[in-house]
Design a protein around this ligand. Structure first.
Ligand SMILES: [Zn+2]
Length: 246
């Protein structure tokens, strides 16, 4: 059986080489194409940041009251599964936030999600009561995640969790049922579409949690995800998103 041990022993070395190669490649790319702000193209000093400080400073903060009203407007009492809601910025269809979201969704830039998640964490710090014991991203269905390579909400959640110093638990919530794109659906149709899409993977023993998603539109997705967590025994579930859509 000894010959089986050889490839296994070699695997960590291979992984380290691949990772080293990736870092060299990244360094070369940064030399050839210095990182620039996605919105104004200014040169960036921090290579992981998607936007320059000026463009970030120009983004308009979303009002909590507007996000809360969206959840209250959901059919029945479905918004009540969410204990508190926070969106960092108001979505501006022509602005820097659109450039960031586009890069996150379609240009394979997971590290931008982690940086943006830390920005969300700074906005949230000290505002959540009770304090969450874990951060849970709103999951994508497997087929969509495979198409994109990663879940942008999971990257945001990692940044939020690091910023708030709580663990990130992407495995606690699954999306076993595929849903149609929400883009062209009415408020009621959105709720019908996502209402039963989520399932918690374990009993959550009264823990307060923070759900993280990229954008809040009607709030139907966040409310459905929060409901699945509550049904699995979670304590209060807060919801935080990067953007509040108009
Ligand atoms: Zn800029």
């Amino acid at each position: 059986m000894l010959h089986f041990a050889v490839p296994h022993a070699a695997a960590p070395v291979t992984e380290r080489l691949v990772e080293a190669g990736r870092q060299v490649g990244r360094g070369l790319l940064d030399l050839l194409y210095p990182p620039r702000c996605l919105a104004c193209r200014a040169r960036l000093s921090e290579t992981d940041a998607p936007l320059c400080a000026r463009c970030v400073g120009g983004l308009e903060r979303a009002r909590r009251e507007v996000a809360r009203r969206r959840l209250h407007a959901l059919p029945g009492s479905s918004g009540e599964a969410v204990a508190s809601v926070f969106a960092l910025w108001r979505f501006d269809p022509d602005g820097a936030l659109r450039a960031l979201q586009h890069a996150l969704k379609y240009q394979n830039r997971p590290r931008y999600g982690r940086v943006a998640g830390r920005w969300m964490g700074r906005g949230l710090a000290g505002t959540l009561s009770p304090r969450p014991e874990a951060v849970v991203p709103v999951p994508l269905h497997r087929t969509r995640r495979l198409g994109r390579g990663y879940n942008q909400s999971a990257q945001l959640a990692r940044g939020v969790a690091a910023s708030l110093d709580v663990p990130c638990r992407p495995g606690w919530l699954a999306r076993p049922r595929p849903t149609r794109s929400q883009t062209h659906l009415s408020r009621q149709a959105r709720w019908d579409n996502v209402g039963g899409a989520f399932a918690a993977s374990r009993s959550l023993g009264g823990r307060p949690l923070l759900l993280v998603d990229d954008v809040l539109t009607t709030g139907a997705t966040g409310a459905a995800a929060a409901r699945a967590l509550r049904q699995a025994g979670a304590g209060p579930v807060h919801l935080a998103t990067l953007a509040l859509a108009e």
